[in-house]
Design a protein around this ligand. Structure first.
Ligand code: UDP
Length: 329
């Protein structure tokens, strides 16, 4: 039986496929290649180019392949953009989930691992954030992912589709062999943008606000390596295969790094001075997001391998140095 990976040509999806293939799983990918890259598609996987909002192609995939479970990464992910274009996010993320779940129910597929986010919490009430803490998203991106979780909860009760929702904090880095990595157009994420300065692709990095209630005034984030995230999906799959009930897990390292600290860490990794400029706050950014991942450690047996932020940045640096134009598509 195969695993269907929705969004398997994207950043986190392609790393999950990499780890799934390494673990001997049979993988089928659906990706519309709007943000995914042809070059990120694992040659060991069967690939369908299509959109998860298209019920026909989903039914075709479930008919042509024996799909045991779905891992769902296919969604828009930019908090800032979602504030400007909420309907774009509700259409792709929420409506996409609707069509996917309908097709899964129709085709008798009863397990799904979902790519959720720390953005479901909004401004956290306490640190580190635990799964049952208040969820009050402050941008449509986080709201859309929270709605998607709720859809799975009700479908799980009514139709017996069990789910594991993984709330990632800040995904970063690349597989150590440098074969795949992060490549967004336009790039909005902090680490790739910082690394564009030593690559000579940008003059400086703009810090989005230094008036936050944090020690150095810049936002704190919990950076977690993409391979550690990928491994959590494999453990979630195992959990569901062993009959585990629907569940939600945070995935982070449990340590917050400020924007300024990340720039200093990148200077150490690259050996180059990185020019900065002070900008204003970006809409939809909470001051800090730091995870408690105790539940994932206890129940899934998850142990992140890349706890060190310089190590995480160095894997990203290897990818970007060798692929200054990303996948070049
Ligand atoms: N950030 C920044 N300058 C940039 C890009 C991001 O200061 O050019 C900040 C952003 O405000 C946030 C942190 O870096 O506090 C991480 O942002 P990113 O977009 O990487 O991830 P997010 O936290 O939005 O998921």
């Amino acid at each position: 039986m195969a695993i269907l990976v929705c969004g398997g040509a994207g950043y986190i999806g392609s790393h999950a496929v990499y780890q799934l293939v390494k673990a001997g799983e049979e993988v089928v990918i659906i990706d519309n290649l709007q943000h995914g890259h042809r070059g990120a598609i694992n040659p060991a996987a069967k690939f369908y180019q299509g959109d998860i909002r298209d019920a026909k192609i989903l039914d075709q995939i479930f008919t042509e392949n024996k799909i045991e479970a779905v891992i769902h990464f296919a969604a828009y992910i930019e908090a800032g953009e979602s504030v400007e274009k909420p309907l774009k996010y509700f259409n792709n993320n929420v409506y996409g989930m609707q069509i996917l779940l309908e097709s899964m129910v129709r085709n008798g597929v009863d397990k799904i691992v979902f790519s959720s986010t720390a953005a479901t919490y909004g401004e956290p009430e306490k640190f580190p954030i635990e799964e049952n803490d208040r969820k009050q998203p402050i941008n449509p991106y986080g709201e859309s992912k929270l709605i998607m979780e709720k859809m799975m909860k009700w479908v799980s009760r009514a139709n017996g589709v069990r789910f594991v929702s993984l709330r990632y904090f800040n995904a970063a880095g690349a597989v150590e062999d440098g074969s795949i990595g992060e490549d967004h157009h336009p790039e909005t994420h902090l680490i790739p943008l910082i690394l564009q300065v030593p690559l000579g692709k940008r003059d400086h990095i703009t810090i989005f606000g230094e008036d936050y209630p944090t020690p150095d005034g810049t936002c704190l984030r919990d950076y977690i390596h993409v391979i550690d995230l990928a491994d959590a999906h494999i453990l979630a799959l195992k959990y569901l295969r062993e009959g585990g009930a629907s569940n939600v897990f945070n995935l982070g390292n449990g340590q917050g790094f400020s924007v300024k600290e990340m720039i200093i860490a990148a200077e150490k990794v690259t050996g180059q001075k990185i020019k900065t400029e002070m900008g204003t706050r970006r809409a939809g950014d909470p001051a800090q997001l730091i995870a408690s991942s105790d539940k994932a450690r206890k129940i899934l047996g998850w142990t992140p391998q890349f706890a060190d932020v310089e190590k995480i940045i160095s894997t990203a640096w290897t990818w970007h140095k060798n692929h200054p134009n990303g996948y070049g598509d």
